[in-house]
Design a protein. Sequence first.
Length: 222
Amino acid sequence: MCGILFSNNPKVNKSTFSAALNLMRHRGPDAPPGIWQNDHVRMGHNRLKIQDIDDRSNQPFWSKDGRYAIIFNGEIYNFNELAQKYKITQSTTSDTEVLVELFALLGHKMLHQLNGMFAMIIYDNLSNDVFIARDRLGIKPLYYTTQNGFDTFASEISSILELIDNHKIDPIGLRQYTKLRTFFVVIQYTKQSKCFLPAIINWGETNPLLGTSNRRTRSTRR
């Protein structure tokens, strides 16, 4: 149960971003909160050590060529088989390393190879593209909001609220959750689910998002 946080809002400074990440500290108490940022994005991770408990697998984790950074919450059950299949030489024993190297090889098509539960964000430091995906059943949480053209993604709503001004409650979403402990899908095309905070959307079943850090295009996985 790790915690991931991402923002491409340049107005979010490191101190504010760190405070938002610390709100999810309970999700990953086994390593210091990991933060990386440049002029375009900020990526944060709280790690619960399951695969490879060495600090070498702390996140954000970079591909060997230094192009891709990943923050990842979940577990990939077939990562060893994938490493063998695609001849990925590992310097760790973590599924995170296999994920980012597999993305470097296959791009978004690597999703077809995965057996597991996950929420991940991969940043391309060369093109500024951002790839976001979640497992088919939505086992691992991932919420997001878009305000003033900038995006924030997080494992928990509290971290997003720390970074935005709109805290308005949606009474319909709140009623759905209190009665059913779930939300109905309200945007059929992207399969995004309603949330009790209208500014925040629960990222639906695997729906890759690929685009630049300040301009996005969508593709739907079948």
